[in-house]
Design a protein around this ligand. Sequence first.
Ligand code: AP5
Length: 219
Amino acid sequence: MYIILLGAPGAGKGTLAKMIEGKFDIPHLSTGDILRDNVNRKTCVGNQAMEYMNNGKLVPDDIMIQIVKGRVLEEDCKAGFVLDGFPRTIKQAEALGLIFDELDIKIDAIFNLEASPKTIIERLSGRRTCGNCGAIYHINNIPSKVEGKCDKCGDRLYQRDDDKKDVVKERLIVYKAQTKKLISYYEKQGSLCEINANRKADEMFMEVCKSLGRVIKSG
Ligand code: AP5
């Protein structure tokens, strides 16, 4: 099953993707996570990406397209994946279309997570992430059992550098200017499903499962 999640920063893409990964046994491909891993390991890609990320800007398309091209060819992606954070520009969407054509992949569903500005700010300001396994928490909405510690692996939770107020502001500007266009791009292709993201994660997940159930039946 091949799924794409669109939505503003903090809409809940990563949280939903991890739920889909668990239920449908397909890997969660997060370009943000891939970049953060590269930054931590100080790779060439990480060194190039760091400044863009810290300033809330998009990493150049050519770098991102190469990353995704390589990642979808890996063994664990053979039966599908849930893509979170890519595409983010029309150029990336066109490149993804070509990659899918080459690999003879048909996208099963594209979900656009629509969240209000109030929801987004509240979610990003309270987010905590596990530095080891990438699990995502929120200090009020989805707290860990022990404050500051991951329920899954016990590692320390941290606040992402790009969740600071000024960077969030810039990320939202960039989203509106460059990424929002993808909604009409995919709408025109008739493959977009809107999800109200101002709800509990479980409720969103149930709606996504219903929609995917229809895809499985019709396929
Ligand atoms: P990336 O890591 O992809 O960040 P993002 O798209 O801005 O999205 P976030 O991870 O901030 O939010 P999310 O929607 O996943 O929300 P989450 O589930 O965590 O990218 C980071 C940077 O990398 C970019 O700025 C850019 O520089 C670069 N980059 C990445 N991909 C790129 C690309 N393709 N091209 C160019 N540059 C790229 O949830 C947020 C919080 O809310 C959490 O605390 C969570 O617990 C909570 N929450 C989630 N859902 C709910 C719910 N339903 N109810 C209550 N709380 C909830």
